[in-house]
Design a protein around this ligand. Structure first.
Ligand SMILES: Nc1ncnc2c1ncn2[C@@H]1O[C@H](COP(=O)(O)OP(=O)(O)OP(=O)(O)O)[C@@H](O)[C@H]1O
Length: 239
């Protein structure tokens, strides 16, 4: 569960996020959809505790991310838009490092790493240093490392960037599987088709403001009423 209340962030004069309030429930896949510079990454950095908001609060499974950051972050899996690694490690070493960070049982972590590497096609890259991996392989490693500790809340910024269609499908299936297992999933995307394909609810964000929140069914009802497709609704809202 993610509870966001009146979250605001300014960069100098620029209002990057303006009084965002939102609740995302367990078992729900929510997508922030918005054009470049809309405020999606800012919102994600605030709700994962990477930045301090100017005002407002975020609770992860009832825990205030500003007041109890370690406890809240132990429940979070986060994949940033640009993943950061220890580049000289290889993929299994990096996973081991993450397992220690989350104080996991190392036997369990090794078994889970093996299963995740199989699912995401990472075994063949185990011998290489991370600095030599392709963009898509790094993205997949970022995703499995964020899933390792079985987070209750999974946040992923632009999940499909750099992925080929085969691996994009694996990621989409995993996002669905996470929600079926009861996790709360939040993703951001500027790709309408991805939001339409996987999200239970969509929040359209533009210039730091949430312009629309609704289920796909509600969006489709609006579509039918106005005779517009999702792309046309989106363009109308952000124009
Ligand atoms: N550290 C920063 N300092 C100043 N301005 C920033 C900073 N980070 C973001 N911004 C600005 O805040 C606004 C929102 O940016 P943000 O990265 O949150 O958007 P986004 O929706 O994630 O965009 P994109 O889809 O292009 O990644 C943009 O105008 C951006 O230039």
């Amino acid at each position: 569960m993610i509870q966001i209340e009146n979250l605001s962030m300014h960069y100098g004069e620029l209002k990057a996020l303006d009084s965002l309030s939102l609740e995302i429930r367990p078992g729900e896949l929510f997508a922030f959809l918005g054009p470049n510079g809309a405020g999606k990454t800012t919102a994600i950095k605030l709700l994962t505790g990477l930045m301090k908001p100017m005002s407002g609060s975020v609770h992860i499974c009832g825990i205030d991310i500003q007041k109890e950051p370690l406890k809240a972050k132990s429940l979070l899996g986060y994949v940033p838009d640009v993943a950061v690694f220890y580049e000289k490690l290889n993929a299994p070493e990096f996973m081991h490092f993450i397992a220690e960070l989350f104080e996991m049982d190392l036997h369990h972590a090794a078994a889970r790493t093996k299963a995740l590497f199989t699912q995401f096609g990472l075994h063949e890259h185990c011998g290489q240093r991370i600095e030599n991996l392709s963009h898509g392989t790094r993205q997949r490693l970022a995703i499995v490392s964020a899933l390792l500790h079985e987070p209750k809340v999974f946040v992923i910024d632009e999940p499909m960037v750099g992925l080929d269609p085969i691996h994009a499908r694996v990621v989409k299936e995993e996002l669905k599987r996470q929600t079926q297992a009861g996790a709360t999933v939040l993703m951001s995307t500027h790709l309408l088709n991805i939001a339409e394909e996987v999200a239970d609810r969509i929040g359209i964000i533009h210039r730091g403001k949430l312009l629309f929140v609704g289920t796909l069914k509600e969006l489709h009802a609006a579509q039918e009423k106005q005779g517009l497709n999702l792309e046309e609704i989106f363009l109308e809202m952000v124009s």
